[in-house]
Design a protein around this ligand. Structure first.
Ligand code: GTP
Ligand code: MG
Length: 190
């Protein structure tokens, strides 16, 4: 992850979560808002219905620390249950995770299944989830059927991980979440 010769730090951040939760929407907002000089192309491999098929990818440069350029590689996974092989592959070499939960009441089971799937896939690689920066994003807070924060917490955040409310379609919470994970990743380096 740290290249001393080129004085670069490369970090891999993965957006994880249930299908249609808003992972791709997060990346699209980041793409739209960051300075074009500091980001590369947004690559999306999607179905005709705009569902992520394999992943989305966006590289962004987030400035320098102690003379090292920091480059973040942002990935999303496909949330649909049957794409687990892809999800596992994309987690390889991950430095930080943003779990995008869908706040809608009818998506709570899917949220729980997705977070269980995340921990399962991490453990298959031998990652210790307590050592890995993981941030929770409560997305779709704008919808009338959004559950209370306490319910999201009790079902998805028993470990007390950092959490942010979001409305990814409006950009609310998108950068707060990304900043939180990137800070934790850089902290874990030093
Ligand atoms: N109302 C509302 N809609 C949202 C929000 N975030 C995303 N959406 C919508 O939810 C739908 C799915 O969003 P995506 O970003 O494609 O979801 P995804 O998590 O990438 O889905 P998969 O690729 O299938 O895993 C889209 O129609 C988005 O516009 C939000 O905060 N509020
Ligand atoms: Mg997607």
């Amino acid at each position: 992850m740290i290249n001393y010769a080129s004085r670069e730090i490369n970090c891999k951040i993965v957006y994880y979560g249930p299908g249609l939760g808003g992972k791709t929407t997060n990346l699209e907002y980041v793409y739209k808002k960051v300075n074009p000089d500091t980001r590369g192309k947004l690559i999306s491999l999607a179905t005709e219905q705009e569902r992520t098929l394999f992943f989305d990818f966006l590289p962004v440069n987030l400035g320098s620390i102690r003379g090292f350029k920091t480059r973040f590689h942002l990935y999303t996974v496909p949330g649909q249950v049957y794409y687990n092989a892809s999800r596992r592959l994309i987690l390889k070499g991950v430095d930080g995770v943003i779990f995008v939960a869908d706040s809608q009441a009818e998506r709570m089971d899917a949220n729980v299944a997705a977070i269980d799937n995340l921990y399962h896939n991490l453990s298959e690689y031998g990652y210790d989830p307590r050592q890995l920066p993981i941030i929770l994003q409560w997305n779709k807070r704008d919808l009338p059927n959004a559950v209370a924060l306490d319910e999201l917490r009790s079902q998805l955040n028993v470990h007390g991980l950092p959490e942010f409310e979001a409305v990814a379609t409006q950009g609310v919470g998108v950068f707060d979440t990304l900043k939180a994970v990137s800070k934790q990743v850089l902290k874990s380096l030093s």
